[in-house]
Ligand binder design. Sequence first.
Ligand code: GAR
Length: 192
Amino acid sequence: MTKTPIAVLISGRGSNMNALIEACARPDYPARIALVMSNNPDAPGLETARLAGLTTLAIDHRLFPRDREGHEKAIDAALAEAGIEVICLAGYMRVLTPYLVSRWKGRMLNIHPSLLPAYPGLDTHARALEAGDTEHGCTVHLVTDGVDEGPILRQARVPIHGDDTPQSLASRVLEQEHVLYPAALSEFLSHT
Ligand code: GAR
């Protein structure tokens, strides 16, 4: 089968990236990871990707002070060079400018740890607990200009238990993220 070349963008641990690496290793999975990129040269996920034999690239945002678009132009050039067709943001913790978002409109996915439109932004698990919610989860969506606002592709739900902490809830959601992202990407590619 022809596998779509994708880039995975990370900022840290990269466990969602790792779930995508494992999915892409399956012969019948419709994507291959052609590049793993990070804004953070020290992201632990970069080492995970290297150990998996993938091409990695760090483009440190601190080298582009007050120039988000300059940083994104460097990213975009690297994506073009690698022949990337779809981007998966996986714990990429930079807010993107309209420059990169418009260049990749309809071709950039993100995973977010809440049932969007609830709790865009940070600290989603603590916010769900504080609100007294009984249910939480994660969302894979297309990236648009608004932060965590684009069309939803797929969601997974988990119950909130009475004795949950933000950490226990985060790990229950993360387990679902690792199933959701490969499934949502595969489904997305089957429709494009
Ligand atoms: C994941 O929970 C992901 O959903 C979240 O960061 C974590 C990254 O973990 N992303 C966001 O909050 C983006 N708004 P990972 O590096 O182990 O995949």
